[in-house]
Design a protein around this ligand. Structure first.
Ligand SMILES: O=C(O)CCC(=O)C(=O)O
Ligand SMILES: [Fe+2]
Length: 202
C-alpha cells in the first residue's frame, strides 16, 4: 500500500479532553488499510509474554508485547509512518503545555489472545512524559478509567480497531503528575493488538 501521511481525524478535541480529564477516546483515527499494513509488518516481530503479575501493586496482566525504540522504526515503514502521523497530529496543538515537547521514543505493541483478562488497574510509569497514545490495530476491548486499584469503573472507552485512547502523562497541561488509573479488559472477540507511543525523555 501507499502509506498515508495523516490520521483520519484532528486530535484537538481529544487532546483537550485528555488534558482536562486525564483520559480521552477518539474513534476512527487509523484507516483500515494502514492498520493492515502495520499488522503485516508485525508478523516479523517476536512477542514476549508479559509477566503475569507486575510491580508492588501486583498488577495482573495476560498478554504479550514487543517494545521498540523509535529508531527501530527506520526499517518498518508502516509503523514509522503511523508514529510520525500521531506525532504530527499532536504537535498541531502546541497550546496544551507539554505537547510541543512530546517526542515518543518508546513504541509498545501489545497483543491479547481471546480469553485473556487484559491488564488490571494501574498507572503507567512516572517516567513517561505528557501523553500516552494507545491505538488499536485490530480487535476491541473496553479500556476503563478506574477510581481505585480494585478497578471500579469511572468511564469506559471502546478501544476498537482504528481508535485512539489518550492518557495524561507526567507534566501534561502543566500538571506535575496526575496519571489516571486505568485497566484494559480482555478482547471482545478475536485477538486485540494495540500500538502505544510513550515518551521517556523529559
Ligand atoms: O493495550 C492497551 O490497550 C494498553 C494497556 C495498558 O494500559 C498498558 O499497556 O499500560
Ligand atoms: Fe496502561
Amino acid at each position: 500500500m501507499t502509506v498515508p501521511a495523516a490520521l483520519a481525524r484532528d486530535l484537538g478535541p481529544a487532546l483537550h479532553r485528555a488534558a482536562a480529564d486525564g483520559a480521552a477516546h477518539e474513534p476512527g483515527v487509523v484507516p483500515a488499510p494502514w492498520r493492515e499494513a502495520v499488522l503485516a509488518e508485525l508478523e516479523a516481530e517476536r512477542y514476549v509474554e508479559l509477566p503475569a503479575v507486575e510491580g508492588p501493586h501486583r498488577v495482573r496482566q495476560q498478554g504479550e508485547h514487543v517494545v521498540l525504540h523509535a529508531d527501530d522504526l527506520a526499517t518498518r515503514p508502516a509503523m514509522r509512518a503511523l508514529h510520525r502521523a500521531v506525532v504530527d497530529a499532536v504537535h498541531r496543538h502546541p497550546g496544551i503545555d507539554g505537547l510541543a515537547r512530546w517526542h515518543p521514543d518508546e513504541v509498545t505493541i501489545q497483543r491479547y489472545a481471546p480469553g485473556s483478562a487484559g491488564i488490571s488497574a494501574h498507572r503507567d510509569g512516572r517516567r513517561h512524559a505528557y501523553l500516552v497514545a494507545i491505538l488499536t490495530l485490530e480487535g476491541s476491548a473496553r479500556l476503563r478509567r478506574c477510581a481505585d486499584r480494585e478497578g471500579t469503573t469511572v468511564e469506559a472507552f471502546d478501544a476498537d480497531a482504528g481508535s485512539l485512547v489518550l492518557l495524561r502523562g507526567r507534566g501534561l497541561g502543566g500538571i506535575p503528575d496526575d496519571r489516571p488509573l486505568h485497566a484494559v479488559d480482555g478482547p471482545r472477540d478475536g485477538r486485540r493488538t494495540s500500538f502505544t507511543l510513550r515518551a521517556t525523555a523529559p
